[in-house]
Structure formats: C-alpha cells, structure tokens
Design a binder for this molecule. Structure first.
Ligand code: HEC
Length: 280
C-alpha cells in the first residue's frame, strides 16, 4: 500500500505537467478495444518481449493476466514468463535500477498505470513518434516526448523515420514566431504578425499530423506502417488494461450488483411486512 501511494505521488507531477504541456503531435486516437482478447494477448507478448527489460509492472501478476486475458497457465508460462519468474509473481523488470540510472540518466518508470496517467492516446502516439536525431545519445528523439531518454526499442519492427521537410519548415515558422513573441522590444505590429504566423503554423502542424505527413521513412522495418500501428494499438490496449484491470470485469460485476440489489429489495419488502404486521 505504501508503495502504491509513493508511486501515485511520484506520478502526480507528471500528469500535471502532461496536462499543461499543450497538444503534442501526432495526436491520433488510439481506438483500443478492451473486449478484444486477441489484441490484449498480443499486447502482453509485445510488452514482455520489448519493454519488461526496463519497465516493471509492479502491480500486475502473471496469474491475473492469464485469468483476465483467458490464457492457460501453460500458455502464460511459455509465452509471457521469461527467466526464472513464477506464475504467481508480479512483473518485475530484469534491469537493475542503479545500472539503468547510469545508462539512461533515469530509472525507467513502472508502467502499470502509465495509460491512466498519460492517457491511452498519448501512449499510442508516443510509441509511433520516434525519429532519427543524431544529437541525442541514442540517435533518436520523439515529437510527443521531446528529448526523451528512451532508445527506440521497436526500431527493428517500425524501421526508422525522420522529420519530413514540411514538418521542419512548420517548426521553423513556429520558432521564428516564438522568438518575436518573447522579445520584449518587439513592436505591437510585429507581435500581431508573429501571433498570426504562429496560429497559421500550428494549424498547418495539425494538418500534417492528421494526414500522416510528419515523418518520412528512411529505413524499412519488419512491419508495414499499418501493421506497426496495429501492434502498437494492441500494446497500448494491454497497458490500458493494466492501468485499470477492473474495467474488464466491471460489466460482469454490474449484473451481479443488480441481482444482489434485487434480492435485497425482496428481503426488505418482507421485512417491512413483518414489522408492520403488529402495528395494524
Ligand atoms: C532500454 C530500456 C528501455 C526499454 C526496453 C523501454 N523503455 Fe520506455 N523508457 C525508458 C527510459 C529510460 C524512459 C525515461 C525517458 C525519460 O524520462 O527521458 C522511458 C520512458 C517511457 C515512457 C514514458 C513514461 C512517462 O510517463 O514519462 C513510456 C510510456 C515508455 N517508456 C514505454 C515503453 C514501452 C511501451 C516499451 C516497450 C515497447 C519501452 N518503454 C521499452 C527506457 C526503456
């Protein structure tokens, strides 16, 4: 419990920051489907293979995943449990936190709740927005999470992409406009012009994002863009499930709650009759 509270406190400023950060691009809806068990199973498999090395899910047990995602113990052991973990264990990461700090500058977060903190759409777009940037330690940056400390661990699936010329030009216009807006000596007219320029450039940015024109593919991966997006949708769905496992159950539970209330109503009715019997 203490750990949970610490984690929530730790995540709190992140969410405040995320909420105040304005729109990031791309910003497509993730469109996940939590009732699609195959999608969640694929997401779990991707998570274990590509993320669990660095990111634990401390509040999630393999056995619980098996139950919720309709996997047998054998399927779970064969597909999801790496190393010497047991069926009843929580999903601990393999990497030691101290070492991670040395390598990445930060100890990668536990991701049990990330889809709730950041939002599903944020996670979906983040995982699709790594682009080549030689100035960064791992050679990649991210438009959704600028200056990110995480390497592009899915590069073999997605391949590599770079910012398109159109995007670079829009970013330049935004930067130019911002420079004027931050200049305390700028005239009123210059400020008005800069505001309009910024407005236009931001509209153009939204358009590029909507049309999928922000990036150009510079190296092919094992998957096509559609396949990659589909898999990222599954991975996001899995993280949305771990962030709120009760969602899967809430419908089933709702029916029981209604039945319970109905039984209670009947009991209450007979109880009332019993009480009033002597009064009349
Ligand atoms: C090699 C280690 C490593 C692997 C593997 C890895 N990550 Fe990360 N990840 C990081 C680091 C380091 C950060 C922190 C980035 C920062 O704060 O700059 C991070 C940050 C994140 C964040 C942002 C968390 C937040 O809210 O700040 C998400 C989401 C994320 N990773 C998801 C994933 C997913 C999904 C996978 C698997 C596809 C994955 N990561 C694999 C190292 C890793």
């Amino acid at each position: 419990m203490k750990k949970l509270i610490t984690a929530i406190l730790f995540l709190l400023p992140v969410s405040v920051f995320a909420a105040g950060g304005g729109t990031t691009y791309p910003n497509e809806p993730a469109n996940i489907d939590l009732t699609d068990k195959t999608s969640l199973q694929n997401g779990a498999k991707l998570y274990v293979n590509y993320c669990l090395g660095c990111h634990s899910m401390e509040y999630v047990r393999y056995s619980r995943i098996a139950q919720d995602l309709e996997l047998t113990e054998e399927q779970t052991v064969n597909n999801l449990i790496l190393g010497d973990r047991q069926f009843g264990d929580t999903m601990d990461k393999s990497m030691n936190g101290e070492l991670a700090k040395k390598w990445f500058g930060v100890d990668p977060l536990d991701l049990s709740l990330v889809a709730r903190v950041r939002g599903e759409d944020w996670v979906y777009n983040y995982l699709r927005s790594f682009y080549v940037d030689p100035s960064r330690p791992f050679g990649v940056n991210n438009t959704v999470f600028p200056e990110v400390g995480m390497p592009h661990v899915l590069a073999d699936l997605q391949g590599l992409q770079a910012k398109s010329d159109a995007l670079l030009s829009v970013e330049e216009q935004i930067a130019e406009a911002k420079a004027v807006l931050n200049d305390s000596e700028a005239s009123d007219q210059a400020i008005a012009e800069a505001e309009e320029k910024q407005h236009k450039a931001e509209a153009e940015m939204a358009k590029l994002a909507a049309e999928g024109q922000m990036f150009v593919q510079i190296k092919e991966g094992q998957m096509t863009a559609e396949e990659y997006d589909e898999n990222i949708r599954d991975l996001t769905a899995f993280m949305a499930y771990t962030a709120n496992p009760v969602k899967l159950e809430s419908k089933r539970m709702g029916v029981w709650v209604l039945m319970f209330l109905f039984v209670l109503l009947i009991l209450a009715y007979f109880l009332k009759k019993e009480f009033w019997k002597d009064v009349h």
